[in-house]
Design a protein. Structure first.
Length: 250
């Protein structure tokens, strides 16, 4: 028996990286998973890797409210309700204070903070009582790392939403927690390598900063997401789980 047998899960930003690894792990544990992402070819490939018997893909952009409406209308039309919602979609780039623009502010907060708000809000009518909601925050929200101030602020807002919503939804027994990944082997991280530094060199440099001497594999973040999704965390809500190889702890 899997930890999510008979459950329905939704994962945003699920085409690649942590989102895909989590969707795949949820399915392996018995859940039927709805994946959503902006790029249909990658989304279709992700669904094919999991298997059509355990997953469906709904293309869409979480910053577009109409796309969110379509996602949840699809689930409703299939006659399903939601037991696990992982609002994973997000993104950033290195952006020092001196170079930040109004457009940068709008983009970073829209993809990270605004999307989390409306993803959960629009899911509310379909969330079962005792459901688990997981928000993807980030370890940088509590570190003050250079060049990621806007992203860190947006993710700190996400962490704050987890606290507030845990209180707001307690009457339905809905648990709301935040997963805060440390640096993880994803296309997004590789794409942020500074000019003149290869992606492999950048990954090695980031890994050297962690007490465990490496960055995370997406499967390790998925294991943490499974913990928050399952009954293994049944008495945990309003919590932020840092999965960072000890970077923020030591």
């Amino acid at each position: 028996m899997g930890q999510l047998d008979g459950k329905v899960a939704v994962v945003t930003g699920a085409s690649t990286g942590i989102g895909f690894a989590s969707a795949q792990r949820f399915a392996e544990e018995g859940a039927y998973v709805y994946l959503t992402g902006r790029r249909k070819p990658e989304l279709d490939e992700a669904v094919a890797r999991i298997g059509a018997a355990r997953a469906s893909g709904v293309p869409g952009d979480v910053t577009n409210l109409a796309d969110l409406d379509q996602l949840f209308a699809t689930i409703d039309g299939d006659g399903r309700r939601i037991d696990v919602l992982f609002a994973n979609a997000g993104g950033t780039s290195m952006l020092p204070l001196s170079l930040a623009t109004e457009e940068d502010y709008e983009q970073v907060t829209r993809i990270n903070l605004r999307s989390a708000l409306f993803t959960v809000q629009k899911a509310l009518p379909l969330l079962n009582d005792q459901a688990s909601v997981i928000l993807c925050s980030s370890t940088v929200a509590s570190r003050g790392a250079e060049g990621v101030g806007l992203y860190a602020a947006a993710k700190a807002g996400v962490r704050s939403l987890a606290r507030s919503w845990a209180n707001e939804l307690r009457g339905r027994g809905i648990r709301v927690n935040a997963l805060a990944p440390g640096v993880t082997e994803t296309q997004l991280v590789r794409g942020n390598a500074p000019s003149g530094t290869s992606a492999d060199e950048f990954i090695a440099m980031l890994g050297a900063a962690a007490p465990l001497g490496r960055i995370a594999d997406p499967a390790e973040q998925a294991a943490a997401a499974l913990f928050l999704a399952s009954d293994q965390s049944s008495y945990i809500t309003g919590f932020e789980l840092l999965v960072d190889g000890g970077v923020n702890q030591i």
